[in-house]
Ligand binder design. Structure first.
Ligand SMILES: [Ca+2]
Ligand SMILES: [Ca+2]
Ligand SMILES: [Ca+2]
Length: 700
């Protein structure tokens, strides 16, 4: 068979030198295309392969999120919060309560998507759904905090505190000029003003009303109530929000470069949050009710060593002439949670998400003393609340242990502890003796706050890396006031890298929430052509188009590259368009304003992209692209998506901002997973996410 084909090929080469392809038998042409493909690719193509990696679907969305002034609903690939990777697949303008059906076109490997209600200010509330689900609604899962019946609030007026213990910073500072930890000598605590820091726990044996209780075990010293788990569908949504920004482990080569011990470096995210940029990770109370903590994950082997404390002050309470940081060091620290009581060891190992206990942060009115202290469950307005994690083995307060120490949300308080070698210092940047590329500085926070989907979370870095997802706690709140009209204020903040973000400050809950406005890019679909199927080199860059949704009824189409020498005309763009920008029926070199026979944007010459917006009506992007084809006027051939499956890949559609190969580099080398997918379309469906960097065009 092969030798027979070889004879045919020779014949074609002879014939195709002439101007007229009509003489070539269509079947001979197709077989020679196939022969070249099998030679170039070296595999047998899956008989069902259509070279279109897009999966289509639709979902009916009820726009009932707890959000004023909803203006649209959109479908995203991932959670939009602090996540540059999330892409908008489609959006429909609507109002609160509307029920809308939205089509989407996604990479075949995605199994979960995100529906989002967006309001006029750009604030979003999301809900995760499964590809194939028929409908999704938001309902109570996006409710921002809870407003209590009076019966939910404990009515105590005093709390008994037991004898305090000195903090590790205090014990180490009390050593004088230097202190020794596990044989190493440190001077960071000398003259550090830490020596008076004390840790106060509620004493055992107290009872509270309205469902609140002290832990039944001795010496836990935290006050909590049992709460119902996640609302319907909320668990999947919370998991997605957390994992899309704070996933614990490294997954890509880049992650590995910046991580340590296979833990991802999530420090960059922490530093984007307005709580860090504006507030040093303090939260501000507004006097509307109780402030509570609801643990949702403790993905750490050391969870039994973690003890969460808090402190609070009014900025105007700092004595004149006193350094604010020294003032904070001297403040009493109160127990909030002993983490060993929130989960099992098995849950800690699998990174389970849960939501079953709500811990109260009592307000102690005066400086604490052993015995009864005047206290209330409602936190007055105007306080900054800060958090720390006191890490130590239970009952063991020895400062001579590298894992023992207090780590704070206010990074200025971490300077000394971050110097402890063999544990905390490992999380520092390599330039200051740590192990993490782009790791922490000595003054960086180890607890961060962020708001997403109407809730505010705290996330902890307890140890020797920068994954910042050792523990995740929702900052809850039980409001005692009637919900008022939204009190929001827009603030523009700059992050460390100098980028400006609009943040909406809201006072609708018991603490101020700071929610940035996230605008995610539209998903980009890429269509690649080979211009000479008979002797294709499969660099898939001879004509490259990119398409993205402009809105529910129009598509932006761009011509981004020409890696063809032949005269090639772009055809089949269907739909109304602005005639001043038309691309249809024009020669590709002409479109890009480059010389005939030259390449652009495939490695050598660069050219500006050309684009137009086309009214596509009800057509999906996939349908719109499938209609587009090229005419090779040099060889007199038409190259279009084959209506049959199992044909050679002369045209492919990728549901992604695909980095096509450089000039002359085969897609089989640039994407090593491509051939497996070509042979079996159920394998390696995400092949286009893992390029060989040196073989793809990245703009240079
Ligand atoms: Ca960690
Ligand atoms: Ca080519
Ligand atoms: Ca080419």
């Amino acid at each position: 068979m092969k030798s027979y084909l070889f004879i045919l090929i020779s014949a074609i080469v002879l014939v195709s030198c002439g101007p007229d392809r009509d003489a070539i038998n269509e079947q001979i042409y197709q077989e020679s295309v196939k022969y070249n493909a099998e030679k170039q690719l070296g595999i047998t193509i899956d008989l069902n392969q259509t070279w279109n990696a897009i999966k289509e679907g639709s979902i009916t969305v009820t726009a009932d999120a707890d959000l004023e002034d909803i203006v649209k609903v959109q479908i995203l690939t991932e959670s939009p919060f602090y996540n540059d990777e999330a892409r908008v697949l489609n959006s429909v303008d609507c109002q609160r309560g509307d029920v809308v059906t939205i089509t989407y076109e996604i990479p075949a490997y995605l199994t979960e998507l995100v529906a989002s209600c967006v309001n006029s200010k750009g604030i979003q509330r999301i809900k995760v759904f499964k590809v194939g689900d028929l409908s999704v609604s938001f309902g109570s899962s996006t409710r921002a905090g809870t407003r209590a019946e009076a019966s939910e609030i404990p009515t105590f007026t005093s709390i008994k505190l037991k004898s305090p213990v000195s903090s590790f910073n205090a014990k180490r500072a009390q050593q004088g000029a230097s202190c020794t930890i596990d044989g190493k000598t440190y001077t960071e605590w000398s003259n550090s003003n830490w020596e008076n820091e004390q840790m106060w726990d509620p004493a055992d044996g107290q009872t509270f009303d309205n469902g609140w209780k002290l832990d039944s075990e001795k010496n836990k010293g935290h006050i909590f109530r049992d709460i119902a788990g996640f609302d319907e569908g909320e668990l999947a949504t919370v998991q997605k929000i957390i994992n899309d920004i704070l996933y614990k482990y490294t997954v890509t080569k880049e992650d590995n470069t910046y991580g340590v011990n296979k833990r991802r470096n999530n420090l960059r995210f922490i530093k984007q949050t307005p709580y860090f940029t504006l507030n040093n990770n303090y939260i501000y109370t507004n006097g509307k009710g109780c402030v509570t903590l609801i643990p949702i994950q403790a993905y750490t082997d050391e969870f039994k060593m973690n003890h969460i404390y808090y402190y609070y002050y009014k900025p105007e309470d700092v004595p004149a002439g006193m350094d604010e940081v020294d003032y904070i060091k001297s403040l009493p620290k109160y127990k909030a949670i002993q983490v060993e009581r929130i989960e099992t060891t098995a849950q800690s190992k699998e990174g389970a998400f849960f939501r079953n206990k709500e811990f109260l942060l009592p307000y102690y009115k005066n400086a604490p003393h052993v015995g009864d202290n005047e206290a209330s469950a409602v936190f007055p307005a105007g306080y900054k609340i800060g958090f720390l994690n006191m890490k130590h083995s239970n009952g063991n307060y020895s400062f001579d242990n590298v894992k023992h120490g207090c780590t704070y949300g206010d990074g200025r308080l971490n300077y000394a502890v971050n110097h402890i070698e063999g544990h905390f210092k490992t999380a520092m940047d390599t330039s200051i003796g740590g192990s993490v590329k782009e790791g922490m500085k000595f003054n960086d926070p180890r607890i961060a706050c962020f708001s997403a989907n109407g809730k505010t979370y705290m996330t902890f870095e307890e140890g020797a890396d920068c994954n910042f997802s050792d523990m995740i706690i929702e900052i809850g709140g039980i409001s005692v006031t009637e919900p008022e009209n939204e009190e929001t204020e827009e603030i523009v903040v700059k992050d460390e890298s100098g980028l400006s973000h609009t943040v909406l400050s809201s006072q609708t809950r018991t603490i101020e929430t700071l929610e940035p406005i996230f605008e995610n890019e539209a998903n980009v679909y890429t269509m690649c052509f080979e211009d000479r199927p008979v002797n294709a080199d499969y660099d898939m860059n001879d004509v490259v188009l990119k398409a993205s949704r402009e809105n529910n009824h129009s598509v932006r189409i761009r011509v981004v590259a020409c890696g063809a020498q032949d005269v090639v005309t772009l055809c089949g763009i269907e739909g109304e368009t602005d005639q001043s920008r038309y691309l249809n029926n024009r020669e590709i070199h002409d479109i890009l304003h480059i010389g005939m026979g030259t390449f652009a944007n495939t490695g050598g010459q660069k050219a500006e992209e050309a684009w137009e917006v086309v009214e596509t009506g009800n057509m999906t992007i996939a349908q719109f692209l499938k209609n587009i084809y090229i005419e090779n006027n040099t060889t007199n051939t038409t190259i279009k998506m084959s209506s049959k499956s199992g044909e050679p890949p002369c045209v492919i559609i990728v549901p992604f901002d695909f980095r096509y190969p450089k000039e002359g580099k085969s897609i089989t080398k640039a994407y090593t997973g491509f051939l497996k997918w070509a042979e079996d379309l159920n394998q390696n469906q995400d092949w286009y996410t893992a390029p060989e960097q040196s073989l793809i065009y990245t703009g240079n």
